[in-house]
Structure formats: C-alpha cells, structure tokens
Design a protein around this ligand. Structure first.
Ligand SMILES: [Zn+2]
Ligand SMILES: [Zn+2]
Length: 311
C-alpha cells in the first residue's frame, strides 16, 4: 500500500515523480511551506524589516505567495501589503479583484486596487478595440510594470513579490533561448537587480514550485482563488513551449528543475558577457511626462499612451 513517505499516513494527495516522495495532506502543506521559506532564505529574497508588496491578482500563484509571506508577517519579520491591478477587462477582472480584496481583509493588510484607467486613461478592452499592431500582453506588461513600480513607491514597499512558478520560469528560459533573446535571459532570476534605485527589487518566492503543486496547495489550504484565464492571453509560442515541457516531463520528471539549475549556473557568465548592455539602465533618466525611469524622453508606458491616442 502507498503511504506518506514522511509520516506513514494512509491517504496521500500527491506523488512527486521527480523526488519519489508521496505525501499526505498535512505533510504536503508543511513541506511546501518549508521549501518556499528555505528558498526565501537561500536566495535572500527578503530582509528583516522589508515591506513586501504582493502583486495580488487573486489567481492561485499570487494567493499562495501571500499565504506563505503572511507567516513571516505574523512573526513580525516583514511588513506585508498587496496591490491588485485592474486592466479593465469586462467579465474577467471583477472576480479576481473581489477575491484579492477578501484575502487582504482576512489578513488585515493594506490593499490597493489600481486601474489602467486612472493612470493611462484607457482600459485593455478599449485598447484591443483599436487597430493596433501590438498584442494585448505587450501593452499589459508595460502598463503593469509601470503601475507596480509606482505603487511600490507610493506604498513605501522595499520589495515586490510576484507569483511566477517553476513552469513560468522554465518557459521563459526556453522561449528566450530559442528566440535568441540573450539580453532578456540575463534578467531571469529569483530576484531582480535593478541598476536604478527608482526601480523596486522584485522577488519570485515560488520560482522552484511546479504549477501543479501551486494548484494543489491552494486547494489543500482551502484558499479561494480566481481560476479563469485572461481572455487576451493568446501567447501561442509560450503555450507551445509549455506543452512541450509538460510532454517531456512525463518521461523525464526532473526536466524543469535541471533546466532551471543549468540556467542558474550559466547566468553569471551570460551577465558578464552581456553586461555592457546594462550601462543603458544605469544611465536612466526620468520620463518628462510621468517622472518614472526612462531611457529616452518618455518611458515606454508614455510612448504607448501617445501611440494609442494617435490611432
Ligand atoms: Zn504525512
Ligand atoms: Zn512616462
């Protein structure tokens, strides 16, 4: 009979092919929390006294990050806050915002909802109705980055935590490698190293947790999450890569870990070789319109806003 490899309990909820572990409900929750907290220490993701701002969409990944960081908040190691970005997507974002707000209320932490509309005078729905050359994820990525950075400063946060999991990270590594975007590769990691103090450090506490374990964790912890996918996310190359890795993982259960480990070993060499490209970031000025960091007169968000008005 299959029993929990940690405590011998009869009912197991997961069998981890990559490690041979079988775990019961309690041991899975405890083991997962310990693993994430261990990674937070190992990669020095937070320092005592940090105010960590969770980018809380209400989806499983960010809800799990909030749940685990809350244990550090309860022990007075860090201060905790959350921000939810409302892109303006009808019939989609409302549930996520409600779920995010419920979690923040339950934990008694500061929470803000920031809309594209209040900062950029438009919504993602309106942008997508225009004859634009760029995809939804391009606008969304740039606008979200702008909002997160601004919100972190407004709220006095010293770190921004996002929900990227092991699947997201290995997809990003493979995608950028296959597309030859070596500069982008040098920016992938557990913690960002901004060369400008106008950017807040970003951390990814779930970087070594596979997506299926994130999904199982929120169910095991009985946490309400927003499961719907974004209606505009048609990044077909990313999903092809995701399918490819999933397929490989069936017969090679350690493939995502080895991809990540191999990449982390290579990264210092990549950074060294491509470090000249970082001088650009070091010489960042301020956007003449919004004051955020910018390589040129206008930051990318303001360039996009200007373009959209001309469409
Ligand atoms: Zn057990
Ligand atoms: Zn700007």
């Amino acid at each position: 009979m299959k029993t929990c490899t940690k405590c011998g309990a009869l009912e197991i909820i997961i069998e981890k092919k990559h490690s041979g572990q079988r775990l019961c409900h309690e041991c899975f929750i405890q083991g997962t929390q310990e693993k994430v907290l261990k990674d937070i220490r190992k990669y020095k993701l937070v320092d005592k006294g940090d105010k960590v701002l969770v980018a809380l969409s209400g989806g499983k990944d960010s809800v799990m990050v909030l749940d685990i960081l809350n244990s550090l908040y309860e022990r007075n190691i860090i201060d905790l806050a959350a921000v939810t970005i409302d892109e303006g997507i009808k019939g989609y974002r409302h549930d996520g915002v409600r779920i995010a707000a419920d979690h923040a209320n339950r934990l008694g932490i500061e929470h803000r909802v920031v809309t594209f509309e209040e900062h950029f005078d438009t919504t993602l729905d309106d942008i997508m109705a225009l004859p634009s050359q760029r995809g939804a994820c391009t606008y969304c990525g740039v606008f979200r980055r702008w909002i997160l950075n601004r919100a972190a400063r407004d709220m006095g946060a010293s770190k921004i935590a996002t929900g990227h999991n092991l699947d997201d990270e290995t997809q990003a590594i493979l995608m950028n490698y296959l597309e030859g975007n070596i500069e982008n590769l040098t920016r992938i990691g557990a913690k960002s190293h901004p060369h400008s103090d106008k950017f807040t450090v970003k951390i990814k506490p779930l970087r070594e947790i596979p997506e299926r374990e994130v999904a199982l964790y929120v169910v095991a912890r009985d946490l309400e999450v927003h499961f719907a996918g974004c209606p505009y996310s048609h990044d077909s190359f990313r999903s092809e890569i995701g399918e490819f890795i999933k397929h490989l993982s069936k017969d090679h259960p350690t493939i995502m870990y080895s991809t990540l480990r191999g990449f982390d070993k290579m990264k210092p060499a990549l950074k060294k070789e491509f470090s000249k490209n970082f001088s650009r970031e070091a010489s960042l000025g301020e956007c003449t319109k919004c004051g955020e960091p910018a390589a040129h007169d206008l930051c990318r968000a303001c360039v996009f806003c200007k373009e959209l008005k001309e469409l």
